[in-house]
Design a protein around this ligand. Structure first.
Ligand code: SF4
Ligand code: SF4
Length: 471
């Protein structure tokens, strides 16, 4: 067993407001530079929709992630020979129009233009070319389902569902999906780079791009199935979410997590067995990938695991943090969080609690007795998004969340705790109260358990901000 520590995040989609507050500080701090205007390390999509960049989930077009051929993993976009042949023109890259052409306005004109009879107006102009432009797409074009009656047909999560039924006005559903780099355990961006510029940090698993080694081949961009590596057209280098590592090293959560208005995000350490990565990622059936991924996560409260971790050089600081981390509890103990598109086989480490939704009475068949089948968001859609089509884990999570809600209702409204509600989903009262505390009212130090790094000067990168090359 080779124990490694990984920083991970869980997002409770049931609580996301779609306010985009998370994206703004990230943008202002990390990508507020020339060449990075179109980059959103964190973005919030409305689902259903084709997202940003357009159709990022369609791996037939983008060829991101891994394939399993004869039990062996291979990069979907092809090996060295295909890379060599296409080295000056990578055909799998999204175009700038798939992201959006960044634009600005000539604000000066509003202030200094001559007085006129009508309200002054200015037209958008491209930041890249300086030409006037008509805006046809953006990072948040489908906000609250805008235009989804046209784009929804290309949302692959409608597989095995009739999208037209679910986009009809009376049946429509939507929810928000905040996205960032998944800091995968088996990242294709790292495996795709011919220059070895991408790497996974030894101590906490954060995936970074070495700007000195990057040669701008952009195979990381096409290799990442989540399309979370971006090419900076000014510097000619790739860039990606750095999990706010200067903050993390100082024991502070990422900007997107700290500023989240809905308090939907949890950040913490988790231990896993690195020797089992290959076998987990090579699980034969895509629908078994979630379970295989779950199985390689290790319990830091198990004394044997903690002793082995210490012997393998993991600091006591990290072991303590992993024990207090909300990640293991939510993902493994309660099995409430699920990985995004596990079928890409990258073993992503940003997981999601699926959202509940109002009961839709029109759903067929009308005699459906199980409440989770009558929720407005179809289970099949959530399963295509989070469990490679396996509906059982989605049903289990939704049932648990519903039962918790009903149990708390029985206490707070009916003034008599209904324990039977919990029995049906295998929860004890103690667990229910703990889950309620964590999911509904957890305080800062419960949601974010981030150990400081072992820096020799005891200072960490965060405090060196502005003085040693950090923006
Ligand atoms: S999500 Fe992040 S770590 Fe995973 S493949 Fe994409 S860029 Fe790499
Ligand atoms: S800040 Fe939080 S609630 Fe708002 S969109 Fe981002 S993740 Fe959702």
């Amino acid at each position: 067993m080779k124990i490694k520590a990984q920083l991970a995040m869980i997002l409770n989609l049931d609580k996301c407001l779609g306010c985009h507050t998370c994206s703004i500080p990230c943008k202002n701090v990390w990508t507020n530079r020339k060449g990075a205007e179109y980059m959103w390390f964190n973005n919030v999509e409305t689902k259903p929709g084709i997202g940003y960049p357009r159709k990022w989930e369609n791996q037939t077009i983008h060829k991101g992630g891994w394939d399993l051929n004869g039990g062996k993993l291979s990069v979907k976009a092809g090996g060295r020979i295909r890379k060599f042949i296409n080295i000056f023109h990578n055909p799998d890259l999204p175009t700038v129009d798939d992201y959006y052409e960044p634009w600005t306005y000539d604000y000066e004109k509003l202030i200094s233009g001559p007085g006129k009879k009508h309200q002054p107006s200015i037209r958008p102009k491209s930041i890249i070319t300086g030409d006037k432009m008509d805006i046809k797409w953006g990072p948040n074009w489908e906000d609250d389902l805008a235009g989804v009656c046209e784009t929804g047909i290309d949302d692959p999560n409608f597989a095995n569902l009739d999208h037209s039924i679910y986009l009809a006005f009376k049946n429509v559903f939507f929810f928000y999906l905040p996205r960032l780099c998944e800091h995968c355990l088996n990242p294709t961006c790292v495996a795709s780079c011919p220059s070895g510029a991408l790497y996974k940090r030894e101590e906490d698993g954060i995936v970074l791009v070495d700007q000195e080694r990057c040669r701008g081949w952009r195979y990381c961009v096409s290799g990442c199935p989540y399309k979370k590596v971006y090419f900076n057209w000014e510097t000619g280098r790739s860039e990606k979410c750095i999990f706010c590592y200067p903050r993390i090293e100082a024991g502070i959560p990422t900007l997107c997590a700290q500023t989240c208005v809905g308090r939907i995000r949890y950040v913490g350490l988790i231990f896993y067995d690195a020797e089992k990565i290959q076998s987990a990622a090579s699980s034969k059936k895509p629908s078994s990938l979630y379970r295989a991924h779950l199985d390689i996560l290790l319990d830091p409260n198990d004394p044997e695991i903690a002793n082995a971790a210490e012997k393998q050089g993991i600091s006591q600081n990290f072991i303590d943090a992993a024990r207090r981390s909300p990640i293991f509890k939510i993902a493994k103990t309660w099995e409430l969080a699920l990985p995004l598109h596990p079928e890409y086989r990258t073993l992503p480490m940003v997981w999601y609690i699926p959202p509940l939704s109002p009961i839709a009475e029109h759903i067929d068949p009308p005699d459906q007795t199980d409440t989770v089948d009558r929720l407005r968001i179809p289970i099949t859609y959530l399963a295509n998004l989070l469990t490679a089509g396996d509906k059982a884990p989605i049903r289990r999570v939704l049932k648990r969340l519903l039962s918790l809600r009903n149990y708390m209702r029985s206490i707070n409204v009916e003034k008599s705790a209904d324990k039977d509600i919990l029995k049906n989903v295998g929860l004890t009262e103690e667990e229910a109260h703990e889950m309620y505390q964590m999911l509904a009212i957890a305080k800062y130090e419960e949601r974010f358990v981030v150990p400081t790094c072992d820096s020799s000067d005891g200072m960490g990168q965060y405090h060196g901000q502005g003085s040693c090359g950090f923006p």
